[in-house]
Design a binder for this molecule. Structure first.
Ligand SMILES: [Zn+2]
Ligand SMILES: [Zn+2]
Length: 317
């Protein structure tokens, strides 16, 4: 079966938290309904006109998501009507989910990278995407009982609602003005083709989104790049050139030790690439089973298969 899943989940607004990182900058910690990921961060930054710039939004698809964002904005002394700009770091549902409903309610401008097909294809032509992935699964030796999970577009669509394409493009050279100064856009594909980070050089602040997490996780969106692993490694080195005092990630706590996480990822890529290239199995599924740790959660087995395919392409290139 393909098509958008029904909203079967709810989140508890009372579990959300707001932390004032700096005067004029709040971390909004939003719970997710997912077993493999407890929360996602959005950030509210003061805007010069008295409103706010919202970086990422949390997911949508259930009324409790909206209630949670309203609740957490309230903890920061704000409301939806204060939102002037919505900055989408990438088109994954936990980051962009509520952008459409929020923009409709507040009139905010939405900023996002134009490489959005990895989500919009799933929304607009789910059957075609499912068919492409099923062909991939069969070609890569995915066992019958896992083929539907590998082909499924349910994960992309879990938590999105009326996703906007974006009014302004977040590409290299663009800046987003806030009361804390202008943030420079840096394109960092790899985790997703639409992934960007935003850097404020005077304050040395970085919205690092999902480029690094405390646990090495790459994700990627299969079928939208020749070499997502290569792009990801290049993006890490672009970020490594920045002088960052405080990184504000999409998951986990703000950190003064971005370079440690960059090292974790450099090592992680090297180790996984080595494990994949020394595996003897035939096809991405067998290679992923042989090369990687047994997955703790079911979706991870699927990600591992796509990731193994990514390393095989990277190694061949
Ligand atoms: Zn993501
Ligand atoms: Zn994320």
């Amino acid at each position: 079966m393909v098509g958008p899943p029904p909203p079967t989940w709810a989140i508890d607004p009372a579990a959300a938290r707001a932390f004032e990182v700096l005067p004029g900058l709040w971390q909004l910690r939003l719970p997710t309904p997912w077993e493999h990921m407890s929360h996602v961060n959005a950030f509210a930054i003061d805007h010069d006109d008295g409103g706010i710039v919202l970086v990422d939004t949390g997911g949508a698809g259930h009324p409790s998501a909206w209630e949670t964002l309203e609740h957490v904005l309230g903890l920061a002394g704000r409301s939806v009507s204060d939102i002037r700009e919505i900055v989408v770091t990438h088109f994954h549902s936990d980051h962009v989910g509520l952008a459409g409903p929020l923009a409709a309610e507040s009139g905010a401008t939405v900023w996002a990278h134009p490489a959005r097909e990895h989500l919009f294809d799933a929304i607009e032509e789910p059957d075609a995407v499912y068919a492409r992935r099923l062909a991939f699964a069969r070609a890569e030796g995915v066992p019958e009982e896992w083929q539907d999970a590998v082909a499924s577009i349910a994960e992309e669509l879990d938590g999105v609602e009326a996703v906007p394409r974006g009014d302004r493009e977040l590409v290299d050279g663009v800046t987003v003005d806030t009361a804390l100064g202008a943030f420079e856009v840096i394109e960092t594909p790899g985790h997703a083709p639409s992934h960007v980070v935003l850097y404020q050089p005077e304050r040395r602040l970085l919205f690092s989104a999902d480029i690094v997490s405390p646990v090495f996780t790459t994700y990627g969106d299969w079928g939208y790049s020749e070499d997502p692993i290569g792009e990801y490694r290049t993006a890490l080195e672009r970020v490594a050139e920045l002088d960052v005092a405080l990184a504000l990630p999409g998951h986990g706590r703000p950190t003064e030790h971005l370079s440690d996480l960059l090292d974790l990822y450099r090592t992680g890529f090297e180790q996984r690439l080595a494990a994949v290239t020394s595996a003897r199995g035939d096809g991405a599924w067998a290679v992923s089973q042989e090369a990687f740790e047994p997955p703790a959660f079911r979706p991870v087995a699927v990600w591992n298969c796509y990731e193994a395919a990514g390393y095989l392409t990277h190694a061949a290139g």
